[in-house]
Structures are given as C-alpha cells and as structure tokens.
Design a protein around this ligand. Structure first.
Ligand code: HEM
Length: 152
C-alpha cells in the first residue's frame, strides 16, 4: 500500500471512531452487532435470569442459601432500572403526562424492589410459603409493569 493510501485509511478509521454516537441510556453492542439495548433492557434481562433460577430455587430449604446472591443481583439490577426512563415515554407528547408516566414507572420499580427485599428476608427466615407468595407477586409485578410501561 502506498503511503498516501495508508494515511487515507488511517484517518478514515480515526474519523469513524470519533463519530461513534454517544447515546445516553443505551448500551452499545460490540462492532458488527448494531442492535442497541437500553439500560432498562439490559438489567431486566438480569432480573429475568434471576427469576428463572428462583423458579426452582425457592422450593427446598436446602437450596435457599444459593438463592441469596441471585436475589441481591436482581435488587442491583432493579436499582439500575429505577432511575432510567422507559422508551415508551418518548411517545407521550404532553409534558405533564410524560412526567406522570415516568414517576409512576419509578414507583412501580420501587414496589418491585420492596418485593425483592421481602423475598430476601423470607429466604433468610427459611419461610418457604412466604417465598412462594413473593415469587408470585414478583411475576405479577412484571405483568402489570409491562402492561403499563411498554408497547410490547
Ligand atoms: C420480575 C419482574 C420483571 C421481569 C422478569 C422483567 C423482564 C423484562 C424483560 C425480559 C424485558 C425485555 C428486555 C429486552 O427486550 O431486551 C423487560 C423490559 C421492560 N420492563 Fe421489565 N421485567 C420485570 C418487571 C418490570 C416492572 C415492575 C416494570 C415497571 C415498573 C418493568 C418495566 C419494563 C420496561 C419499561 C421495559 C422496556 C425497556 C425500555 O423501555 O427501555 N419491568 N422487562
């Protein structure tokens, strides 16, 4: 390759790197996988993975200790979601309505965080019945949350 051609290639690469979009609230995938996920989506996936582990993990007393770190990871993920703004907010043109939507989303996440704390408490107490109730309540919160705050 000639020297001018090499310089041209290098400056092109530099320009491409510098012009990479900086989008708040989104996490970019490695080059080649252009799909972007919001911070909420990324952390919701952690919560979903945790729920999958808990589906069986809360049935027997001997499995309860292993559920604790899973629940703590879900709590951290919920905390990360709480201060974000759902994608759907962008479709609400009225400013007051949008603010109310974001506030209600945050309250919904707080309620979910409470359930996760109560679940941690029930696991420590070894209360299998309460664990099952709280697992179901978390499932309900998912359905209610998605009905109200997502388009899907
Ligand atoms: C156990 C409870 C929950 C689970 C397992 C869960 C799981 C998920 C999953 C798997 C996604 C899609 C991620 C993707 O497409 O990559 C998602 C998206 C979403 N969830 Fe949840 N979710 C839960 C509770 C909630 C609650 C309580 C709310 C609201 C208060 C909520 C609000 C949302 C929103 C707004 C999105 C769309 C992402 C965005 O707008 O950026 N979720 N959730």
């Amino acid at each position: 390759m000639t020297r001018p051609a090499l310089l041209f290639l290098l400056s092109g690469l530099l320009l491409a790197a510098l012009s990479a979009p900086v989008l708040s609230g989104t996490v970019q995938e490695p080059a080649g996988q252009e799909e972007e996920h919001t911070v909420i989506e990324e952390n919701m996936k952690t919560i979903k993975g945790g729920m999958r582990q808990l589906r069986r993990g809360l049935r027997d007393a001997e499995n309860l200790p292993a559920a604790l770190p899973v629940i703590v990871d879900m709590q951290k993920a919920a905390q990360a979601c709480k201060t974000e703004i759902p994608k759907m907010a962008a479709s609400i043109s009225d400013e007051k309505e949008r603010a109310a939507f974001v506030a209600a989303y945050r309250q919904g996440m707080i309620a979910t965080q409470r359930l996760m704390l109560d679940l941690e408490d029930a696991v420590i107490a070894g209360d299998l019945e309460k664990c099952a109730q709280l697992y179901d309540a978390l499932k309900n919160s998912q359905d209610k949350g998605h009905d109200r705050f997502t388009d899907e």
